[in-house]
Design a protein around this ligand. Structure first.
Ligand SMILES: NC(=O)c1ccc[n+]([C@@H]2O[C@H](COP(=O)([O-])OP(=O)(O)OC[C@H]3O[C@@H](n4cnc5c(N)ncnc54)[C@H](O)[C@@H]3O)[C@@H](O)[C@H]2O)c1
Ligand SMILES: [Zn+2]
Ligand SMILES: [Zn+2]
Length: 338
């Protein structure tokens, strides 16, 4: 079978691999149908993800059809369409014992720490497979994983009906956050430097779009909320400055959700945090969020299509990467079909 492998930073190849085999009775063999290219796949390709090891079959946004099941498998059967939850954890550390497996001390992410979904077949534990309805097509189902990130972040930020929510960045993640926060009944403001992305946000129901290159977004959010600030600020730009702005713009008793993996420090004073009793939380991947997102997809309660800008066949990976690198403003989610 074929697999897309980053053999070393900057080098990507389509390689020939043996078909994986079911090794234990709770595993399943899945034929991959479609995968999403994520910013973090690009970081692994560029050698800028400190967690990744090489050579690596990348990809953590992947869906496919179950072809074979181990003797102990009960939840899925051959022919089922599944999305794969890409995390593996120890089950014993503090995080795992307190139902926060996504930050397990020994966490392994498929496509980062071990081989992922950019290959024709994978073997995974059945608990990592989540079945979705037949009426969803493969491409839209790829978006289940990015939406689980939004389910997690809006949960971490305790987004409630009627809250003013400020989403910084209208990339694929920001646009998923927007849809999720709208689904929870929030009034949403979203910023970006790119007008095309803001237009997509507008179509997806953003109540206010803010062009960060043409205005002071902190002032604008204060104006919109009549001086209160955002009750929840979700930072999907993830640079030192946006974290600073997030703390500045969040209301009394508000929540700031941090999603970035950057190591550059921000300058954040203590006063606003104490005075307004802000809750500042990190949000990493997701924790038990696949079932709720699959249900929303099955019910067509979200609009994943709007985020898909391009689809390629998997052997056009180089073309897809070139497009993302040279015309990033024209791409949103790029999908590879197998
Ligand atoms: N914590 C997690 O679980 C998790 C998961 C996925 C992604 N992420 C992170 O989320 C971030 C967003 O991911 P993405 O795929 O949407 O990235 P992206 O790069 O496609 O989107 C970022 C957007 O921010 C905009 N932007 C840049 N500077 C800005 C500014 N000053 N103000 C407003 N907008 C600005 C860009 O124009 C772009 O549209 C990344 O940093 C990624 O690493 C975190
Ligand atoms: Zn991703
Ligand atoms: Zn653990």
């Amino acid at each position: 079978m074929k697999a897309i492998m980053v053999t070393a930073p900057g080098k990507i190849d389509i390689i020939e691999k043996d078909l994986p085999k079911i090794q234990s009775e709770n595993e399943i063999l899945v034929r991959i149908k479609a995968v999403g290219i994520c910013g973090s796949d690009m970081h692994i390709y560029h050698g800028t993800n400190p967690l990744a090891t090489y050579p690596r079959v990348i990809g953590h946004e992947f869906v496919g059809e179950v072809v074979e099941t181990g003797a102990g498998v009960t939840r899925v059967k051959a022919g089922d369409r599944v999305t794969i939850e890409p995390i593996l954890y120890c089950g014993e550390c503090y995080a795992c014992r307190t139902e926060r497996q996504n930050v397990c001390e020994k966490l392994e992410v498929m496509g980062v720490h071990r081989d992922g979904g950019f290959q024709e077949f994978v073997v995974v534990p059945e608990k990592n497979a989540h079945k979705f309805d037949e009426h969803l097509d493969w491409e839209e189902a790829v978006m289940i994983e990015p939406f689980t990130i939004a389910a997690q972040s809006t949960w971490r930020g305790d987004v409630r009906k009627g809250d003013y929510v400020f989403i910084m960045g209208a990339g694929p993640i920001g646009l998923c956050l927007l849809q999720y926060a709208k689904h929870k009944g929030a009034i949403c403001m979203i910023s970006d430097l790119d007008i095309d992305r803001l237009e997509i946000a507008k179509k997806l129901g953003a109540d206010y779009i803010l062009h960060a290159g043409q205005m002071d977004v902190v002032e604008e959010v204060l104006k919109i909320t009549q001086g209160m600030g955002a009750n929840v600020t979700l930072d999907a730009v993830c640079i030192p400055k946006t974290f600073e702005q997030a703390v500045e713009v969040t209301s009394v008793a508000g929540r700031v959700v941090v999603l970035g993996f950057g190591v550059a420090p921000s300058q954040i004073p203590q006063l606003p945090i104490t005075k307004r009793e802000l809750t500042i939380v990190g949000s990493r991947l997701q924790n038990n969020k696949f079932p709720e997102v699959v249900e929303l997809f099955n019910k067509k309660a979200l609009n994943p299509r709007a985020l898909i800008s391009h689809t390629f066949q998997f052997d056009q990976i180089e073309e897809a990467i070139k497009l993302i690198e040279t015309q990033s403003e024209k791409t949103c989610k790029v999908i590879l079909k197998f």
